[in-house]
Design a protein around this ligand. Structure first.
Ligand SMILES: Cc1cc2nc3c(=O)[nH]c(=O)nc-3n(C[C@H](O)[C@H](O)[C@H](O)COP(=O)(O)O)c2cc1C
Length: 347
């Protein structure tokens, strides 16, 4: 039986499986859907620039659904004072964890001197983490990073980064995207595919720093793979597969958290999405139906009728009325396509 009772600051905080931060993808609407499928997984927001939180419309960047917890806000930035202010605001909005991005390779982020290039600025990262922790004492402060940047391909770069931070800060959780970031010449998308995955570096990190919580990320596509990694590390973070095939999460509570409740079936999920969409449209916060349905296109992945579901929920002509019942009509198409073999229960 896995250790499912990890606690952070005396709160139960299951970080065994998490959904990765993904810009434009893991907004509060996607996180709502993810939470309907797994009660326990930790959910991450998209990366939010600390300056935007402090000087911009904080509600726009920080509002979340109450049902989302446990949920972590990921911040981008490299100014300790600004990150501290952003962390204090995030704590007030009810985030459980605040994560500092030290892994994003995009040119825009490099220009702001944060993201992956912070792996070359360890003392500054320590200052940032300490400032965030002081400003948000009730939140867990964590880092997400790569195994190195550019041609630093040796394990010791990773060990030095983590070891130094562990010595200079109270940060005990390190989320490691098991690839280098190549800051020159690769797009962010290529940076998620081209540099080779080195899971053995992440396993070794856990072995050499057993007191730290080490979370492995990158290229995990199945629950069997996640279970295999969990033999060596404390947690697994999954990004793209969760987005394109959210039902991968339906077995997580049973497999990884020892919770035997029946997960919601497809029909229940469609109904909850419709109710959620209706509430969001009525809330006056400017949501339109497409903002919600665009994150649900992968929900029927692998079922007959998945194509009709995607088509109906992305077609401008059908979406323009902003009628949440469209979600149920799309579900009826899937049901019809599976009439002889109803997809109501998970395997
Ligand atoms: C569309 C997209 C946006 C992403 N945005 C972020 C981000 O805001 N912050 C971050 O740390 N990583 C970001 N990532 C990287 C993911 O968090 C993750 O590290 C990466 O996709 C590898 O995990 P996976 O193979 O399970 O997808 C993004 C990935 C994708 C596909």
């Amino acid at each position: 039986m896995p250790d499912t009772k990890k606690t952070i600051k005396n709160k139960p905080f299951p970080r065994r499986l998490s959904v990765a931060p993904m810009l434009d993808w893991t907004d509060r609407h996607f996180r709502f859907l993810a939470r309907q499928i797994s009660r326990h997984a930790l959910l991450y927001t998209e990366m939010v620039n600390a300056g935007a939180v402090v000087y911009g419309d904080a509600d726009r960047f920080l509002l979340k659904n109450d049902c989302e917890n446990p949920v972590a806000l990921q911040l981008g930035g490299s100014d300790p004072a600004l990150l501290a202010q952003a962390a204090a605001k995030a704590a007030a909005y009810g985030y459980d964890e605040i994560n500092l991005n030290c892994g994003c390779p995009s040119p825009r982020v490099q220009k702001g001197a944060f993201g992956a290039c912070l792996m070359n600025e360890v003392p500054l990262v320590a200052d940032c983490l300490n400032a965030m922790q002081d400003a948000a004492p009730g939140c867990d402060i964590t880092v997400k990073h790569r195994i190195g940047v550019d041609r630093q391909t040796e394990y010791h770069t990773l060990a030095d980064f983590v070891g130094t931070l562990a010595g200079k800060t109270t940060c005990t959780t390190y989320i490691v995207h098991a690839r280098n970031a190549w800051l020159d010449g690769l797009s962010p998308k290529e940076n998620r595919e081209v540099p080779p995955l080195k899971y053995d570096y992440v396993y070794r990190l856990k072995h050499e720093f057993p007191a730290l919580e080490i979370i492995l990320n990158g290229g995990v596509k199945t629950n069997a793979e996640a279970a295999a990694h969990l033999e060596y590390v404390d947690g697994v973070m999954i990004g793209r597969e969760c987005y394109h095939n959210p039902m991968i999460m339906r077995d997580w509570d049973r497999l990884f958290y020892g919770d035997t409740h029946d997960p919601a079936d497809y029909a229940e999920l469609a109904g909850r999405l419709k109710d959620y969409a209706a509430a969001q449209l009525a809330s006056g916060r400017g949501s339109i139906l497409r903002h919600i349905t665009r994150h649900c296109l992968g929900l029927m992945h692998g079922l007959n009728g998945a194509r009709q579901w995607r088509r109906m929920l992305s077609e401008a002509e059908l979406l323009k009325d902003n009628d949440p019942a469209l979600i149920l009509r799309a579900w009826e198409e899937v049901e019809k396509a599976n009439a002889s073999n109803p997809p109501s229960r998970p395997d």
